[in-house]
Design a protein around this ligand. Sequence first.
Ligand SMILES: NC(=O)c1ccc[n+]([C@@H]2O[C@H](COP(=O)([O-])OP(=O)(O)OC[C@H]3O[C@@H](n4cnc5c(N)ncnc54)[C@H](OP(=O)(O)O)[C@@H]3O)[C@@H](O)[C@H]2O)c1
Length: 254
Amino acid sequence: MKTETLEYILFIWITLALIVHITMFYVTAPFGRHTSDKWGLTLNNKVGWFIMELPSLLMMSYFLVFGTYSMDSYVWILFALWIFHYTNRTIIYPLRIKPTDKKMPVSIALSAIIFNIVNAGINGYFLAELAAPNNYNLEWLSSPHFTIGLLIFIAGMLINLKSDTLLIGLRKKGEKNYQIPKGFLFDYISSPNLFGEIIEWTGFAIMAWNLPALSFAIWTFANLVPRALNHHNWYKEKFPDYPKNRKAVFPFLF
Ligand SMILES: NC(=O)c1ccc[n+]([C@@H]2O[C@H](COP(=O)([O-])OP(=O)(O)OC[C@H]3O[C@@H](n4cnc5c(N)ncnc54)[C@H](OP(=O)(O)O)[C@@H]3O)[C@@H](O)[C@H]2O)c1
C-alpha cells in the first residue's frame, strides 16, 4: 500500500471518529456501570475485555516481529510502548477487576474488536512498512518531540494505572457496590483513568509524529470524553452528596 492510499483511509477513519464522538453524547456505551441487556447477546465482562483488546496486542506484536523495517531503526520503541500498554489492558487489567455479575453486550465487544483491528492495522503497517527506517533514526531520538511526547506518554500511563488501581481497590472481595472515589485526581475529576488514557495517546502521537498515531489520539479523545461525561452524570444521579466542584475529565475545565 502507498502512503497516499493510507492517508485517504485515515481521512475516512478520522471523519468516522468525529461522527462517533457526537453520537456518543446521545448513546451511552453499555458496559461497566452502564451495562444493559437491551443490546442483545452478552458475555462475561472479563472475557469481553480480553477478546476486545487482544487484536491490538497481537497485530502490533506481529508487525514488530515480521514487519519489513521494524528492527532497522528505533521504531521498535513505539512498538514496545504500545505492546506494554496493551499487555496490561488485555491480560492484567481483566484479571485485576473484581468479578461481578455484570455482562458486556457482544455487539460492544465486536465493535471494539473492529476498532482495534483497524487502529493497530493502520499504526502497525505504517510503522513497519512505510515510515521506518527513514523517520525513526538518531535524529528522531534526539528531537524535542520525542522527549516531550515520551514524558507525556509516561505521565498519562501512570495516571491511568494509578486511577484504575484506586477504582478497583474500592470494592472488597465479593462486593458489587459503587462508592465515591476520593484522593489523587479524583478530587478534581470523575474519571482520571480516562483522562490518563487521553494524555497517554496524545503523548504517543507527539512522539511518533505521524498521522496514524494522531488518528488514535483523536479516537481516544472521541471515545473517552463522552464516556467520562456519562460516568460523571451517573455519579451525580446516584450520589446526592457528590462533590459539586468535581469536573468530568479535564481538571477545572470540563
Ligand atoms: N482507549 C480507549 O478508547 C478506551 C476505551 C474504553 C476504556 N478504556 C480504558 O479501559 C479502562 C476501563 O474503562 P471504564 O470506562 O470501563 O472504567 P471505569 O468505569 O472507571 O471502571 C474501571 C473499574 O473500576 C470499577 N469502578 C469504577 N468506578 C467505581 C466506583 N465508583 N466504585 C467501585 N468500583 C468502581 C469498575 O467496575 P464496574 O465494571 O462494575 O463498573 C471497573 O472494574 C480505563 O483505564 C480506560 O482508560 C480505553
